[in-house]
Design a protein around this ligand. Sequence first.
Ligand code: HEC
Length: 154
Amino acid sequence: MRKNISLLAIVGLALSGFSANGQDKIDFEKQIWPFVKESCVGCHGPSYKDERGRTRKPKAALIITNKEAFLKGGENNEEEPTLTPGDPKKTAFLQRTHLDPSSDEAMPPEGKAEPWTDEQKALFAKWVEQGADFGSWEKSELDDPEKYAAYKAK
Ligand code: HEC
């Protein structure tokens, strides 16, 4: 009986993604995407047409509504990599949230969206350290320009 219980415990730990170094693997879709969406998607989504039919483009050509574009990064990706798996310091997507809110480069721009909390910044850093694994997430429903336009019109 005892043996069965410890076996179950081991299987349980394995299933919950417990790793040898004691760090739980972060789930992008469940733990990261919600606050990235809240604070950043408003200016970094796909190109879309607004109510007056004008084409609106993502700021700095940075689109984060799908994995491929997120990894590709923004227009300055060469000098200032948006996301460097394994290296939070070379990840502008995190570093910009650490800048003084009054700085021109701070993200989100002051007063435009909810800034990340310290816990969210720490979680994002850990996710990057763990390799920036998107898991099974390929894209958000907001990657669709029509859905994104409706989201922006709200
Ligand atoms: C209200 C609009 C707005 C929101 C919301 C916003 N950004 Fe930006 N973002 C911009 C603008 C404008 C630029 C281009 C100017 C600059 O580089 O500072 C930019 C540029 C960037 C860049 C540089 C990309 C490149 O290659 O040049 C990164 C990284 C970035 N944003 C990350 C974020 C993150 C992280 C969030 C959420 C915490 C966020 N942004 C939310 C407007 C926004």
